[in-house]
Design a binder for this molecule. Structure first.
Ligand code: MN
Length: 356
């Protein structure tokens, strides 16, 4: 049966600044380039026919010479693979002399025809694209396998976006068998609307705590009217945000052992939120904790979200509004939450309630 084997990636954002990683930023920047090499090697070992890079390959329109020459060299190493690159809102004007196996889409929709499939793509020409690039597009040879790639936002009808807004209805009208999307940095699952399958593959390496979890690419086969595609994790490190309850920990030794117990995998990038209650007199210094554990992690950031323990027995003896409140509440077996809200309100804090 006719099929096209593809690897779909996007949003590599090569040469992102990553300043939040401080001393680890240089290494992480190098890793963003390195993952490109790994993806190319995967395309080769998995024998794909087509490699799709759906925008924001580079973080800017002016990537450095070393980065460009590495990217070109890796693309040259897979001459048997057809590589389709669309520009995104970050790299909308790339001035790169790509090797012969690369097809670049840097403006309105364009088609390349091959024996077993047609490939369409459209790219950004500036930082923003307020109107839909597809503009009533539908494939010219509906009997063939058709693949479409672009960078942009899938929106609801009537919703706007500055990044090429396209609705599901418009995707369905393209008649493509697979639409390879870029711009959203999270894998969305393989979705389908009227035989048109579409997906965001997400970024292949997380660049911060807004890009959490395992990152990867989409790989598999595109057939006429259906796909057999899966998510393949390729990232070297995961960005992980985790809450660690340190209630009961009396000193830094205990807190650090608790962290080691809960935040496993030192190669990963951690944001650790310490939570729970601590004794009033225990002074928590997150810089000191980071200093103690930093050699065991590629990068670790520690945030103090703990709350001081409330000494009810002491408070209810107080001759004050606060004392009276605590006394009344404990007589009625009030909840810990009610206690915190009440004490907060009495001390003049803003108190927020929500239904969840
Ligand atoms: Mn983008």
């Amino acid at each position: 049966m006719n099929k096209v084997r593809i690897l779909h990636t996007a949003d590599l954002h090569i040469e992102s600044a990553l300043t939040a990683f401080k001393s680890a930023a240089e290494i992480r920047r190098a890793e963003l380039l390195d993952i490109f090499g790994k993806i190319i090697d995967t395309a080769k070992s998995e024998n794909v026919d087509v490699l799709i890079i759906a925008g924001d390959l580079f973080d800017s329109c002016r990537p450095s010479k070393p980065a460009v020459s590495y990217v070109k060299r890796k693309l040259e190493s897979i001459p048997e693979v057809k590589v389709f690159i669309t520009t995104g809102n970050h790299d909308y004007s790339l001035n790169i002399d790509f090797p012969e196996n690369v097809f670049l889409f840097s403006n309105g929709i364009k088609k390349y025809e091959f024996e077993s499939f047609d490939f369409y793509g459209a790219g950004f020409q500036s930082e923003y694209c307020d109107s839909n690039m597809l503009k009533n597009f539908s494939v010219e040879n509906p009997g063939k396998i058709n693949i479409l790639a672009f960078h942009g936002d899938i929106v609801e009808k009537g919703q706007t976006s500055r990044y090429n807004p396209v609705t599901r209805e418009e995707l369905s009208e393209t008649g493509a068998d697979y639409v390879a999307l870029g711009h959203v940095h999270q894998f969305t699952g393989i979705n389908c609307v009227n035989n048109v399958s579409y997906a965001y593959c997400g970024i292949p390496e997380g660049r911060g705590f807004d890009e959490l979890g395992k990152k990867g690419v989409i790989i598999g086969d595109v057939y006429k009217n259906r796909v057999d595609l899966k998510f393949l994790p390729v990232c070297k490190r995961e960005c992980i945000e985790t809450n660690i309850d340190i209630t009961g920990c009396g000193d830094y030794d205990e807190i650090c052992s608790k962290i080691y117990e809960c935040a496993i995998g030192g190669q990963n990038i951690f944001k650790i939120n310490l939570c729970g209650t601590v004794e009033n007199q225990f002074f928590l210094n997150t810089n000191f904790i980071e200093e103690r554990i930093k050699n065991d992690y590629f990068y670790v950031k520690v945030i103090d979200l703990t709350r001081p323990k409330i000494d009810i027995d002491m408070l209810k003896e107080e001759y004050s509004l606060r004392g009276l409140f605590v006394k009344k509440l404990s007589e009625q077996n009030g909840s810990e939450e009610a206690l915190r809200f009440g004490l907060g309100a009495i001390s003049g804090e803003k108190v927020y309630f929500n239904d969840n």
